[in-house]
Design a protein around this ligand. Structure first.
Ligand SMILES: [Fe+2]
Length: 289
């Protein structure tokens, strides 16, 4: 991939994992009901802000009440404060940010392709109490991060170069169906989520296609499916993906984009992973509603 980093500056340290997602939402009340009742995540509301918890971190998604629905930022982790400082020094346009506002020890950010703010943090805060949800759902997160984000945006080549050169993500694979190509990217390491970020060509500023949550058992996918079916928000039925082998369904959020809710996603070892192109996205299912 072509880079937009000057070779004289040196490559920034690669991020280790997706850490958090910050969203502005037009209907916070509806989002909290959706999150608690259907996704069965833990929600802590403080006025116009709600934080969603799924593991030992104090939060993984932040929802802020706003006039419009918008992806504000994706947060990525670096190993320590020195790595955040090195990233800040190496990335043109990057600035230091308010780490406390993201419950972290240090923070830097830059606006990437499509207008998405990418933040890097070190020393994210952990909760002292266990994560408890209303119906006992348990999520696969911790060192794999809270899931993945799929973005649709103009300037796909620029976005891929940014992901590689600025975040240090590696290509996992692609899915090509006619004109539509989805590019899946993982964080480096011996045990990384199949993809923490995926990119799809679109027009205009970046839009969220979906965020993914992974649970620890197929039964929890089934129970969430029943809740979402009853609420009439299932947007793609149960199915299994070709590339990350995840068994999942999709539901429509109050913001319009989707949540993928799944189980059994592949973990990749970056040292010996070979990218391939898949001709279909699903082995079975995922029918659109
Ligand atoms: Fe997904």
């Amino acid at each position: 991939m072509t880079g937009n980093i000057s070779p004289t500056i040196g490559a920034p340290p690669p991020v280790t994992v997706l850490s958090y997602v910050v969203l502005e939402v037009a209907d916070l009340d509806a989002w909290i009901r959706f999150a608690e009742d259907l996704l069965d995540v833990s929600v802590e509301r403080n006025g116009s802000l709600a934080r969603i918890r799924i593991d030992s971190r104090t939060w993984r998604w932040e929802l802020r009440a706003a006039d419009e629905d918008r992806l504000v930022a994706l947060g990525w982790e670096l190993p320590d404060d020195a790595a955040v400082a090195a990233w800040l020094a190496a990335v043109p346009g990057a600035v230091a940010g308010d780490a406390a506002s993201r419950s972290a020890g240090s923070l830097a950010y830059v606006t990437g392709p499509g207008g998405v703010r990418h933040e890097v943090v070190a020393r994210p805060r952990r909760a002292t109490d266990p994560c408890v949800t209303g119906q006992g759902t348990r999520f696969v997160a911790e060192n794999l991060g809270p899931g993945h984000a799929v973005l649709v945006l103009d300037g796909l080549d620029e976005a891929k170069a940014f992901a590689h050169d600025v975040l240090g993500l590696h290509l996992t694979d692609t899915i090509t169906r006619g004109e539509r190509v989805v590019t899946f990217l993982h964080c480096r390491g011996r045990a990384a989520r199949h993809h923490s970020l995926a990119l799809v060509k679109g027009t205009g500023p970046a839009q969220l296609n979906h965020l993914m949550l992974e649970v620890t058992g197929l039964d929890m996918v089934g129970r969430a499916y029943e809740r979402c079916e009853s609420a009439g928000v299932v947007s793609r039925g149960l199915g299994m993906h070709t590339n990350d082998r995840m068994v999942s369904f999709y539901c429509r959020t109050p913001s319009g984009y989707e949540i993928e809710y799944g189980w059994g996603g592949v973990v990749v070892d970056d040292a010996d992973w070979q990218p391939v192109d898949h001709p279909a996205s699903s082995i079975w299912g995922h029918d659109k509603r």
